[in-house]
Ligand binder design. Structure first.
Ligand SMILES: Cc1cc2nc3c(=O)[nH]c(=O)nc-3n(C[C@H](O)[C@H](O)[C@H](O)COP(=O)(O)OP(=O)(O)OC[C@H]3O[C@@H](n4cnc5c(N)ncnc54)[C@H](O)[C@@H]3O)c2cc1C
Length: 479
């Protein structure tokens, strides 16, 4: 007998869980699959929207599925369809158009929505975003930003976190005069310490971005700009709001599911109702920092195992995430602990060259790191962190990207593909290891597109493309 599985939300998590279900149940003999998404177009890679704003990527390159995907995979996909209510007792959901869909298992993948800070003028009296103001979350937002940001026009970005800075860098690269307004004294305070934030701001200033740090917007004056709480003004034809997101939990809350910051889930991604799962940005798992794609995709695989019965023991145990800033001319990675108490701490700062690295060591292993402007050090430290490997004697050399942590390394940097162990994670978004790439290369996937198709490596943020190309090149030379 087939089970009715319904997925609410056709974003990065919803699209992936549907794919994973069909990977396990290709002929639909176990699962009848319905996917409902509010947005009017096929699922797209939200991570790449920064590249669209920057002009390094076209909107054509962000699609996760083409228009034939649903038909080819026997999925009842309904676009532009919003779910209004979940009736858990009757095991059915109500759509905005009044229709009803029954389920045996329900997957919530409703994502998150941008948070609008309570600044006078940003929203209208009816609660709509005011003209001249755009959030930065969806493809629609991206199109609105590009329509409004005429070349040379002044733009204010509210929020100096990861996405705000990606938007700022993209718009500055397009020739806009960008000012970032951030209420904290340094940038990206969730990931960086004060010195890292200072060096990053200096690097970005060199790329033409201005900052008002430790300042709060008090009022938006349409056509004029922002008045700040210190009485000063930031001139802006457009205000891009990137002040954080809030998990979209309204449906779950109204249905009586347990909700905190997100919909609470256990290791099987079940909510407080065993028939209802939640994944991605709307879910709150104890071991996860939400808001990133890698956890969402790992969770999707676990839910697919469970609802198809492929592996009823599958569990999600959390994801050690690495945050990377995707901004041309800036190489920044941050991961692990930021709490220095009880840790050995090493740092180097060379702000005139935009370089800063800080390493937190516990029990001779990487506990956390911030690495700016030192890509080799970032690659080495990330590998050591992933593997939980013991650090070499000369940790300072490691911070400068000169250390040799590869297992068989003797004089060559560990970013050399030969020195990576098979277990090294090359594509974080899709958890693809070097071993899997080698296996698929030997099976005939000998270039980047073929490796991407076989393993999905490079199809998330795309930051691993050079590493995957490097592995393909190394295999071609040595085989
Ligand atoms: C510009 C940008 C850059 C990013 N960069 C990175 C990065 O470099 N690395 C990284 O890991 N992450 C990044 N992220 C975050 C990443 O995109 C999210 O973690 C990911 O999209 C989460 O997937 P999701 O499916 O949970 O949510 P979403 O992708 O937001 O999808 C949720 C979907 O559910 C739909 N929905 C909501 N409610 C309903 C309803 N009631 N009925 C029907 N449909 C509904 C929404 O319309 C939406 O389409 C970035 C995000 C943005 C905006």
């Amino acid at each position: 007998m087939t089970r009715n599985v319904v997925v609410i939300g056709y974003g990065m998590a919803g699209a992936r869980v549907a794919e994973e279900i069909r990977r396990r149940d290709a002929d639909g003999s176990r699962v009848t699959l319905t996917v409902l998404g509010s947005e009017p177009y096929p699922a797209y890679n939200r991570v790449l929207l920064s590249g669209v704003v920057a002009g390094t990527m076209s909107t054509d390159s962000v699609w996760l599925h083409d228009s034939e995907w649903a038909k080819e995979n026997d999925v009842d996909l309904r676009l532009g369809t919003t779910v209004d209510r979940i009736d858990r007792a009757a095991r059915r959901i109500e759509l905005a158009d009044g229709s009803i869909v029954d389920y045996d298992a329900l997957v919530l993948a409703t994502g998150a929505a941008p948070w609008m800070p309570p600044v006078e003028g940003l929203t209208t009296e009816t609660g709509e975003v005011a003209p001249g103001v755009v959030a930065f979350r969806s493809l629609g937002d991206c199109e609105r930003i590009l329509d409004a940001a005429k070349v040379g026009a002044p733009v204010a970005v509210l929020g100096g976190g990861l996405l705000g800075l990606e938007a700022a860098r993209g718009l500055a690269g397009r020739g806009n005069l960008v000012t970032v307004v951030h209420p904290v004294g340094h940038l990206m305070e969730r990931q960086l310490d004060a010195e890292g934030g200072r060096v990053l701001a200096e690097t970005l200033r060199g790329l033409g971005i201005e900052f008002r740090l430790g300042a709060t917007a008090a009022r938006y004056l349409p056509g004029d700009g922002l008045k700040l709480d210190d009485g000063s003004y930031v001139q802006a034809d457009l205000v891009v709001v990137s002040a954080g997101v809030r998990a979209d939990t309204a449906l779950a809350r109204e249905a009586g599911l347990a909700v905190d910051r997100g919909v609470l889930v256990d290791d099987s991604l079940r909510t407080s109702d065993g028939r209802v799962f939640a994944i991605g940005d709307c879910a709150q798992h104890p071991g996860t920092v939400s808001g990133l794609v890698q956890p969402a995709w790992e969770q999707a695989a676990v839910v697919a195992d469970l609802v198809t019965g492929e592996n009823t023991a599958a569990r999600y145990r959390g994801t050690p995430v690495v945050t990377r800033l995707k901004a041309r001319g800036v190489d920044l990675a941050a991961f692990g602990d930021t709490e220095t108490a009880g840790a050995e701490v090493l740092s180097v700062s060379d702000s005139t060259r935009g370089r800063y690295a800080k390493l937190l060591v516990r029990e001779e292993k990487v506990a956390g790191a911030i690495v700016l402007g030192l890509p080799d050090a970032a690659a080495n430290l990330t590998q050591l962190y992933d593997r939980g490997a013991r650090l070499p004697e000369d940790k300072l050399a490691l911070l400068l990207g000169r250390a040799l942590p590869g297992p068989d390394a003797a004089g060559t940097p560990s970013v050399n593909p030969a020195n990576l162990p098979a277990s090294a994670v090359v594509c974080r978004c899709n958890s693809v290891t070097k071993g899997r790439l080698v296996e698929q290369w030997r099976a005939g996937a000998t270039d980047l597109p073929a490796l991407a198709a076989a393993t999905r490596a490079t199809t998330g943020c795309g930051g691993c493309a050079d590493a995957v190309r490097g592995i393909a090149g190394w295999l071609a030379e040595t085989s």
